[in-house]
Design a protein around this ligand. Sequence first.
Ligand code: ATP
Length: 246
Amino acid sequence: MSVPAILVQDVTVRYGEVLALDGASLAINPGRICGLIGVNGSGKSTLFKTIMGMIKPDAGRATINGASPAQARKSGVVGYVPQSEKVDWAFPLSVREVVMMGRYGHMGLTRRPKRRDHEEVDAALERVELTALADRQIGQLSGGQKKRAFVARGIAQGATVVLLDEPFAGVDKRSEATITRLLREQAAAGATILVSTHDLQALPGLADEAVLLMRRVLMHGAPEQILHPENLALAFGLDVLNRKEA
Ligand SMILES: Nc1ncnc2c1ncn2[C@@H]1O[C@H](COP(=O)(O)OP(=O)(O)OP(=O)(O)O)[C@@H](O)[C@H]1O
């Protein structure tokens, strides 16, 4: 049997008094796009940070292709598109420089880009349709363009496991369509993708499978199964079921 690309085993995370994850377990196989669904505060960002090794769980563990998060980050197999609110957009970096960060792992200690690095960055910018804006400061892009810049960073990096925390929040339709197409292309080429979203309608067109999170994984199945009102009610409360009558 193949090793899951993303494996989360019985992970518990506490922030002081707050129990953010409570025995969450999840396995995603290579080449799959998995949508992560849950109300605000259900632990989605905490799950991403655990898989990235940015926080150490109080119990349980996460692995990427069987390796620890730290090893996976070091080898560059894992890429992360954070929530927009978590990024300092005033940072004096151009779009091109942000995408070039994806090449750091390939450059050695000097971090001096070689021709191959420039070529990969140009190709990634082209794929996300940001070539014309490459020299703009990153903060001077629209919400959707910023997300595309981070997706390009993952492409330039050559990441084969990609985590995206709400890439469609505050994003224009063109960016949403471009990002969805790119994720599908990456998955078709073998990449594994975990993407959180509040856009339930877009889920079947985006993901092969989906997960309902509420501190732990309530359900993991086909998007259509997850979107069944009774299952959504599990994660979002009974309002979803009652909305029609209201
Ligand atoms: N650094 C922190 N310190 C204290 N509590 C935190 C911290 N980060 C998150 N929490 C709490 O942990 C819980 C889970 O937060 P998390 O950000 O993982 O949820 P989320 O599902 O990503 O939410 P959202 O959809 O609003 O982004 C929430 O109750 C949140 O308030």
